[in-house]
Design a protein around this ligand. Structure first.
Ligand SMILES: Cc1cc2nc3c(=O)[nH]c(=O)nc-3n(C[C@H](O)[C@H](O)[C@H](O)COP(=O)(O)OP(=O)(O)OC[C@H]3O[C@@H](n4cnc5c(N)ncnc54)[C@H](O)[C@@H]3O)c2cc1C
Length: 435
C-alpha cells in the first residue's frame, strides 16, 4: 500500500471499537484502512480482566442499559446497546469456540480453566478483520486530519463550510491517505504507556465538537489522612462493603454499590471503590458501610443486655466478614481505645452509637485518584449530544463518526465498557453502509 491511497473508510485506533467497526465494514465489501499508533494490536483487550477479558455483561440485555453507564447524556447509549446486544457478542465468541465463564453478576470472562484468554478475543477480532480484507497498519501514528473537497486532496480549510459531503485526508507517519468516511476510535486516556492519547479529542474539536472534560474513572482513590492515621497498616485487607456517593444537589439521589473493598498503601481500591470513583467529583465525600446487612447501633445495644463480653468479640459476631486485623485497628482508634477491655454492658450507649456510626457510615473525602496510570477507563470525552445515537455520526461533519471510549460514555466495572465499544462500532458500520 502506498501513500495517497484512497479508502471508503479510514478508522483511527485498532482497539476494541476500531477492530469491530473495521470487520463489519470490510465484510460488507467496503475498503477499510485501520490505523494504530501502538506497536501491538489490542493491548487493552489483552490486559483486560487480568488477561481473561471481561468481554461483556449479560445484565445489559433486557434492562435499561443507561443505568450502567456514566455520561452527561446517559440515554445516548440505549439505541446502540439494544441494536447490538451482549448475546450478539456472545454468539461471535461461540462461533470461534472460545470457552467463557460467568464470574459475578453477569460478567463474562474467557475461561481460564479451559485455557482461554484475552488473546483469543484479539485473535478473533483480527480474524474477522482479515475476512473483510481490512488493511491494518501499525505502528502508524495519525498526526493530522483535513477535510477535503476535491479528488486531488487539496485541504479544505474549514469543514463547516462544506456540510454536504466532506472527505478526509489523513496524515500519518507513513504518509497520507484519503477516505470518504472517517471513524475516530482512539479510546480514552487510561494507561498512556500502552498508547492512550488525547488525539481523538483534538480531531473532534477541530471539527467543531465539544469535549466533556476527561477524568480518570474506575480508579483507586487517595486520602489525605491516610498516613497520619496509620491506615497504611491495613494494606491488603479486603471485605464486602456498600459504598455511596454524597447526595446530589437536590439532597436526594445517591449511587450505591455493594462490592468488595481493598485497603492499599495509598488509599482504597477494590471493585466498590472503582465503581464509585466514576461518580465521585473532587471535593465530594463517599460513605462506606462495613456492615450493610446489620444496623450496628441497635444490634450493639441489644447485645449489651444479653452478653458480657468485649467489643472485639461483639464486632466479630455482628460483622463476620470483617477481618480481625481491621476490627482491632478500628477499636484502637482514639475514640474507642479506652473501651476495648470494658465488658459490653458497661459501655455507654453514646460510645456504642459512635462506633456503630463509624462502621455503618464511614464518611470520608478522597483527595484524589491514582490517575490515568492505573485507571481502567476515562469519564468524559466527545459530547454525545453532538452525535447521532443511531449511527455515531457527527452532527457537525457528515461522514465523521466517533465510537468507543473516546466519546463521553463510561460503563460500570464488569464488561460494560467493551460492550459499549462493540455496540457503538456496529452502529457506525451500519450507518456508513446505509449511505
Ligand atoms: C487495565 C484495564 C483493564 C480493563 N478491563 C476491562 C474489562 O475486563 N472489561 C471491560 O469491559 N473493559 C475493560 N477495560 C476498559 C476497555 O479496555 C476500554 O473501555 C476499551 O478498550 C475501549 O475500546 P476503544 O476501542 O474505544 O479504545 P482502545 O481499546 O483503548 O483503543 C484505542 C486505540 O487507539 C490507538 N490510538 C490512540 N491514538 C492514536 C493515534 N493518534 N493514531 C493512531 N492510533 C491511535 C491506541 O493505540 C489504541 O490501540 C479495561 C481497561 C484497562 C485499562
Amino acid at each position: 500500500m502506498t501513500t495517497g491511497h484512497h479508502f471508503q473508510t479510514i478508522i483511527i485506533g485498532a482497539g476494541a471499537a476500531g477492530l469491530m467497526a473495521a470487520s463489519r465494514l470490510g465484510q460488507a465489501g467496503h475498503s477499510v484502512l485501520l490505523l494504530d499508533a501502538a506497536p501491538k494490536i489490542g493491548e487493552k483487550i489483552r490486559i483486560a480482566g487480568g488477561g481473561f477479558c471481561n468481554f461483556t455483561n449479560t445484565h445489559i440485555d433486557g434492562f435499561d442499559a443507561s443505568n450502567y453507564y456514566v455520561s452527561e447524556n446517559p440515554k445516548f447509549v440505549r439505541y446502540a446497546l439494544s441494536n447490538f446486544t451482549a448475546q450478539d457478542f456472545i454468539a461471535l465468541v461461540e462461533q470461534y469456540q472460545i470457552p467463557y465463564t460467568e464470574k459475578h453478576r453477569g460478567q463474562l470472562f474467557c475461561d481460564r480453566e479451559q485455557k482461554a484468554s484475552s488473546k483469543d478475543i484479539v485473535a478473533m477480532l483480527l480474524n474477522e478483520c482479515r475476512k473483510g480484507n481490512v488493511d491494518l497498519r501499525y505502528p502508524c501514528k495519525v498526526h493530522a486530519i483535513h477535510s477535503i473537497t476535491t479528488e486531488n486532496g487539496t485541504p479544505h480549510s474549514e469543514h463547516l463550510d462544506n456540510p454536504h459531503s466532506p472527505r478526509f485526508r489523513v496524515e500519518t507517519t507513513e504518509g497520507f491517505f484519503t477516505a470518504d468516511h472517517l471513524i475516530i476510535a482512539t479510546g480514552g486516556l487510561a494507561i498512556p504507556k500502552i498508547g492512550a492519547t488525547d488525539f481523538g479529542y483534538e480531531i473532534a474539536q477541530s471539527f467543531g465538537h465539544t469535549i466533556i472534560p476527561p477524568r480518570p474513572a474506575l480508579v483507586p482513590l487517595h486520602f489525605d489522612f491516610w498516613e497520619q492515621d496509620h491506615f497504611v497498616a491495613l494494606a491488603g485487607i479486603s471485605l464486602p462493603v456498600s459504598v455511596s456517593t454524597a447526595k446530589d444537589q437536590k439532597g436526594k439521589k445517591t449511587i450505591t454499590f455493594q462490592e468488595d473493598l481493598l485497603f492499599r498503601h495509598k488509599g482504597l481500591s477494590g471493585p466498590a471503590i472503582l465503581q464509585i470513583s466514576s461518580y465521585w467529583q473532587p471535593g465530594q465525600t463517599i460513605t462506606l458501610n462495613f456492615s450493610p446487612e446489620v444496623d450496628l447501633e441497635s444490634a450493639l445495644i441489644a447485645l449489651k443486655t444479653s452478653v458480657k463480653y468485649q467489643l472485639e468479640r461483639a464486632l466479630t459476631e455482628l460483622i463476620p466478614a470483617m477481618p480481625k486485623r481491621l476490627i482491632q485497628f478500628w477499636l484502637n482508634r482514639p475514640e474507642f481505645a479506652e473501651h476495648q477491655t470494658t465488658p459490653l454492658p458497661e459501655i455507654p450507649n453514646k460510645i456504642l452509637q459512635a462506633l456503630a456510626t463509624s462502621l455503618n457510615q464511614w464518611t470520608i473525602t478522597p483527595c484524589g485518584t491514582d490517575g490515568y496510570k492505573t485507571a481502567e477507563a476515562t469519564r468524559g470525552g466527545i459530547n454525545t449530544k453532538e452525535l447521532n445515537a443511531k449511527t455515531m455520526e457527527s452532527q457537525y461533519c457528515p461522514n465523521l463518526y466517533c465510537i468507543g471510549e473516546v466519546v463521553d460514555v463510561v460503563g460500570w466495572l464488569g464488561g460494560y465498557n467493551f460492550q459499549w465499544a462493540w455496540a457503538s462500532a456496529v452502529c457506525a458500520a451500519k450507518g456508513i453502509l446505509a449511505k
